[in-house]
Design a protein around this ligand. Structure first.
Ligand SMILES: *[C@@H]1O[C@H](CO)[C@@H](O)[C@H](O)[C@H]1NC(C)=O
Ligand SMILES: *[C@@H]1O[C@H](CO)[C@@H](O)[C@H](O)[C@H]1NC(C)=O
Length: 230
């Protein structure tokens, strides 16, 4: 019974631990914008989770600046670096579905760089790069989500920390998975061992019974057999 319990437990935790690791998803392609534009920094948690009660932060990675902070169920503008004041839009409706997308209005050239979305309690984070180009240098086709065409060289874009969020989630999975796997193996082995022992016991019991039956049916022959064996 214990083994069955372990197996059920490990199957349950398999489902829970693996999918229970919330990942923050950011675009891998740089987000391009023209100087003065409003730029969108997409970020959402996968699987979706209501983040109303959680802290969510956006920061400029290389400058260690808080761009936007959501704390204690409200916008926490006090923590925000002054230059982003009155320029950020954060949708509280989206937050209930794990959407922590941020918008920054009138971006400047020096705001090109890596930005990170971070939900500390879930250890979920991801980073994306913003590239701001001078006015008139972004073709209309590239406004929005289309980033397939040629783009200006990203000279002052640092690529550090871009994989940070994924690494955290991966590490959690690497710790969780072997543990769960070991538990599963122990459970399954125990189950099998029990099954095998039972089979052996039954086999032996069956043999014993057959032997007894044999002895009853043909006592002389078995006697002879026993003697010849001695
Ligand atoms: C933000 O807007 C408020 C009113 O809309 C204004 O009083 C304040 O000075 C602005 N802050 C900055 C840093 O521009
Ligand atoms: C997140 O919210 C933004 C608007 O704030 C929206 O444009 C975007 O499509 C949403 N993303 C997801 C994955 O729901």
């Amino acid at each position: 019974m214990n083994e069955i319990f372990v197996t059920i437990l490990c199957l349950l935790s398999f489902g829970k631990d693996v999918t229970g690791v919330y990942r923050a998803i950011c675009p891998t392609q740089p987000v391009e914008a023209e100087e003065g534009d409003e730029v969108t920094l997409p970020c959402h948690l996968d699987p979706p989770i209501d983040l109303t009660d959680y802290t969510s932060d956006w920061e400029r990675v290389d400058l260690k600046e808080i761009v936007y902070s959501y704390r204690h169920k409200r916008h926490h503008y006090d923590a925000q670096k002054k230059r982003y004041r009155n320029r950020t839009t954060f949708n509280l409706d989206g937050l209930t579905r794990g959407n922590v997308t941020l918008q920054i209005s009138s971006v400047q050239l020096d705001e090109s760089g890596p930005y990170r979305c971070f939900v500390p309690d879930l250890n979920a984070r991801c980073a994306l790069n913003i590239i701001v180009v001078p006015k008139g240098q972004l073709s209309t086709s590239k406004r929005g989500d289309d980033v397939s065409t040629t783009r200006p060289p990203a000279t002052h874009v640092t690529k550090t920390n871009i994989k940070d969020g994924e690494n955290k989630a991966t590490i959690a999975m690497y710790i969780c998975l072997p543990l769960v796997a070991v538990l599963c193996i122990i459970g399954v082995v125990a189950l099998f061992r029990r099954q095998i022992i039972r089979m052996i016991v039954e086999k032996m019991r069956g043999r014993e019974e057959a032997k007894q039956e044999d002895e009853e049916n043909n006592p002389e022959e078995t006697k002879e057999l026993k003697e010849s064996r001695l």
